[in-house]
Design a protein around this ligand. Structure first.
Ligand code: PGA
Length: 251
């Protein structure tokens, strides 16, 4: 039985002051029966967030990292730096990193290995563009992203990883994949994991859906058999909508 996990990707939003306000409101609204929640603030708010979430069921993630340990990589951040500010998770291969910053599947795979070697849990994002969906190559695209992203990742390591299926056409657009469309790809991802590893491993991997998740559609999406949580963008920036998603979901 997989537990549901909701993560909020703040993207490039929130000053320290705004972060404090949002986290305080979230803490006030959560109670012990709610499911596990991860927040992924920008780098500048991580340390503050880490101090504020102590003793709550909120855990901390980052939105990206570099695969090298240290050195001349201006503007980048390392896995050990993220660990030092309390991160447990890191989003890797988000479609915005792929599309805007040209990250390849191979580069993302290097980051996955680095994260795992530092005991950070990768939230590995995969998902097709609108053009790819219209060309009927969704499964080919997702398969390549998943298998290259997980290249040389062992079965033990894979069991702890989170996969986020985020159709690019649904991100920030208000267009959500229908529960059936999402379930179809989630099931496909689980089958790929079964083929690569084993049924046992595949059954343990959390597969989140992302793309315009809101309180109104969260329950239906997360009721699907292979949808184990959500990676939320826009709706995680306001405490009431993020809480609305969390409350819509029960383990
Ligand atoms: P959205 O973003 O919820 O605003 O569509 C999701 C994401 O990019 O992770």
């Amino acid at each position: 039985m997989r537990n549901k996990v909701i993560a909020g990707n703040w993207k490039m939003n929130n000053s320290i002051e705004e972060s404090v306000k949002l986290i305080s409101e979230l803490k006030q609204g959560l109670n012990e029966t709610d499911i596990k929640v991860i927040i992924c603030p920008p780098f500048t708010s991580l340390e503050t967030a880490n101090a504020l979430i102590k003793g709550s069921q909120i855990e901390l993630g980052a939105q990206n990292m570099h695969n090298e340990t240290s050195g001349a990589f201006t503007g980048e951040i390392s896995a050990s730096m993220l660990k030092s500010v309390g991160c447990k998770y890191v989003i890797l291969g988000h479609s915005e990193r792929r599309a805007i910053f040209g990250e390849s599947n191979e580069f993302i795979n290097k980051k996955v290995h680095k994260a795992l070697s530092e005991n950070l849990i990768p939230i590995l994002c995969v998902g097709e563009s609108l053009e790819e969906r219209e060309k009927n190559i969704t499964k080919d695209v997702v398969k390549k992203q998943l298998l290259v992203g997980l290249d040389s990742v062992s079965s033990d390591q894979a069991e702890g990883i989170i996969i986020a299926y985020e159709p690019v056409w649904a991100i920030g657009t208000g267009k959500t994949a229908s529960p059936e469309q999402a379930q179809e790809v989630h099931e496909f991802i689980r089958t790929l994991l079964e083929e690569k590893y084993s049924k046992e491993t595949a059954e343990k991997v959390i597969i989140q859906y992302g793309g315009s998740v809101k309180p109104e559609n969260a329950f239906e999406l997360l009721s699907q058999k292979d949808i184990d949580g959500a990676l939320v963008g826009g709706a995680c920036l306001k405490a009431d909508s993020f809480l609305g998603i969390i409350k819509a979901v029960k383990n």
